[in-house]
Design a protein around this ligand. Sequence first.
Ligand code: MEV
Length: 437
Amino acid sequence: MKDPRIITGFSRLSKDEKVDLVAGQVKHPLQFAETLRSSWHRDPLVQKLYDEFSENTLSNYYFPYGVAPNFLINGKLYIVPLVIEESSVVAAASGAAKFWAERGGFHSEVISMKKIGQVHFLWKGDIQPLKDDFPIIKQRLLERTHPITENMKLRGGGISDIELVDMTDSIPDYYQIKGWFDTRDSMGANFINSCLEEFADQLKEYVTEDERLDENNLEIIMSILSNYTPECRVNTWVECDLSTRQGFDDSYSDEDFVRRFQTGIAIAQVDVNRATTHNKGIFNGIDAVALATGNDFRAMEACGHTWASRDGKYKSLSEISVKDGKFRFSLDIPLAIGTVGGLTNLHPLAKYSLELLGNPGADELMMIASAAGLANNYAAVKSLVTKGIQKGHMKMHLLNILNVFQATEAEKKQAIEFFKHEKVAYSTVSKFIESIR
Ligand code: MEV
């Protein structure tokens, strides 16, 4: 890599110029430029669509698009699309889905679907007149946002409530206008942010117009939705009867398996190091559904981790209960996911993902994504407390290692056969390839 220098006007260059300029930064510019160009979509119109999702786009970055069949959720079968680069996640989800499909499947219910946004502002004077006037201000905010909320209201959504919140205990003069929003099937970020910016403008106007209030007391700091959505939540669980043999694992009796599994979850409840990895396993499934359906996985992750710390200590998002002869493994999680708007209807594969899922509403997609999260969590903890994660994971990862050595198809075949009975590691695969070449 050459020394980067300040580049001005980069965004105004043509795409070819950008590719050549950027490729010129590495040791093999021609190969880099060729790799970038060879990843363009063959249809220029589709490529243009991809280019316009973002800025300074040079190419597409491929991720595998896979599916996990046999997800039975509330009695309905789904083939769940998953976009993820990590080997063994799709296999784990598929295995868990099949196991639980034979035991009644996933049960899921949406608890609520409200989202939050805030106008953060400073008010330097006496707050009482603003507090007294707030019912009138609130009415005005609702009325003046009508052009933004009109369509959402027709779909049954809109602004559910608005409150004035005193935050002066934390920061002097700091207040919020806090709004609750029902964005129906959309994730709703743009809708909420537009409403909030209108709230801020209207607050300014109100304060300016009312001679009892001094407009110099008001300073709007920012208006933005909150990605923390504890009131947009879904609860998903699997359960089975322990009085009959379930055959959770080949090497352990049901009793031992359940005891070890339960301890595995308990550890993630008390130890923050384990909890982080445990929850990462849940997001393996959730993020993969989010990506496959064109949703914002960063928002969902940020929210999930905040929720995991709601009691003041970060802990496992999933819970287990074993009582009265019943095993119940559950995930209660906020998920702001959408099936309209954003990329959901723009990205060609996101559209097909939704069609594959039967064009669900946001509530149904919350259930599907959380089931994928719970399935991955079940599969990961099951492996961890039985045979260990590496055996299965490295078997799945074998092809990646073989690809690093540019193994031929014949070599791959030989390696797969050989490693059926051997431990897969980078070094053992390297030695094996050396030995057969
Ligand atoms: C790897 O992507 C995810 C796991 O580490 C999750 C877990 O440890 O529970 C296997």
